[in-house]
Design a protein around this ligand. Structure first.
Ligand code: PEP
Ligand code: MN
Length: 337
């Protein structure tokens, strides 16, 4: 349930309401707005049948949240969430593009790709140090060494870094090197990992699972918010369907659906969705036209030699050309890039 407080509620009344909620065994999540304070009340609300919240001084109204997810819901928070990463706003007017190789392979290659995508207008560097590979015999990533190269690339270019966390035991390392933690599609329902990233304060980008519904994506995001971290970015990266012409099927309709149901920023990853470089530009343009807040695109200067996902890695020059085309679409929909 969401309770909306009166515009002129006193601090004492607000504290009394919060204490009341805790005393009956429920958890309050307070959202201090410019005009109003709203509190999401999480837990078994049957205890409120005898002691209704609406009767407390300072409460204007109590509204049920009908969806199974609460804190991620638009019913709880009407305004779009904007997440600041080193001065870059994700979820605001500016379209944020995250680009870089699938995996970090070596220092020189990474810094060279980073400086080229920066010239094209990308604002965040991506690169996996811990790779979730389908086969145990495929390259699993450079691990800590890869994270160090990402830190070095950030130092040289100023680009914040997003990288995937596979295991809660790697959190101390991640805290040292990453600006945004990525939860990959294969871990979308790894609930212990979600709770772990929810218990720290770096922004988290949560990728939709290979066969997950939008409701399941939002419920996974709810785990992170419920654990205390409200800086969550949602990412659609293609889902498994019967179609084999593309690696996955990009669910573009997820953009307006997520926009309607949640206040969290939405990023589209056309690279993992289509799996082939020649198909990426059309999907990237469509994503911006449909209202995405940003894109994640794989870029590699020697795709034929890439340790993974070479088929979907754009050359820096092609990426930079695409950025020019995307800028026109962004302008047409009232955004900047
Ligand atoms: C990635 O972005 O590096 C990745 C592995 O993507 P996904 O989890 O979407 O497959
Ligand atoms: Mn990849």
């Amino acid at each position: 349930m969401v309770i909306v407080l009166k515009p002129k509620v006193s601090e004492q009344e607000r504290e009394h309401i919060i204490k009341f909620i805790k005393d009956v065994g429920l958890t309050p999540h307070v959202l201090l707005g410019e005009e109003r304070t709203v509190i999401a009340v999480i837990g078994d609300e049957r205890v409120l049948q005898k002691q209704p919240l609406a009767a407390l001084p300072g409460v204007e109204k109590a509204l049920p949240i009908l969806s199974p997810y609460k804190l991620v819901s638009r019913d709880f928070k009407k305004e779009d969430t904007v997440i600041d990463v080193g001065g870059i706003q994700i979820g605001g007017k500016h379209i944020v593009v995250m680009a870089g190789p699938c995996s970090v392979e070596n220092k020189d290659l990474l810094t060279s790709i980073a400086s080229q995508i920066k010239k094209g207008g990308a604002s965040i560097l991506r690169g996996g140090a811990f790779k979730p590979r389908s086969s145990p015999y495929s390259f699993q990533g450079l691990g800590e060494e890869g994270l160090e190269y990402l830190s070095e690339a950030r130092r040289l270019t100023g680009l914040p870094v997003i990288t995937e966390v596979l295991d809660p035991r790697d959190m101390p390392l991640m805290a040292k090197h990453a600006d945004i933690l990525q939860i990959g599609a294969r871990n979308m329902q790894n609930f212990r990992l979600l709770a772990e990233v929810g218990a720290q304060d770096k922004p988290v980008m949560l990728k939709r699972g290979l066969s997950a519904t939008i409701k399941e994506l939002l419920l996974s995001a709810e785990y992170i918010l419920a654990a205390g971290n409200a800086k969550v970015i949602l990412c659609e990266r293609g889902i498994r369907t019967f179609e084999t012409a593309t690696r996955n099927t990009l669910d573009l309709s997820a953009i307006p659906v997520l926009r309607k149901r949640s206040h969290l920023p939405i990023i589209i990853d056309p690279s993992h969705a289509v799996g082939h470089t020649d198909l990426i530009p059309a999907m990237a343009k469509a994503a911006i036209a449909a209202g995405a807040d940003g894109l994640m695109i794989e870029v590699h200067s020697k795709p034929e030699e890439a340790f993974c996902d070479g088929d979907q890695a754009m050359l820096p020059k092609d990426f930079n050309q695409l950025m020019g085309e995307l800028r026109k679409i962004a302008t047409a929909v009232g955004r900047t890039l």
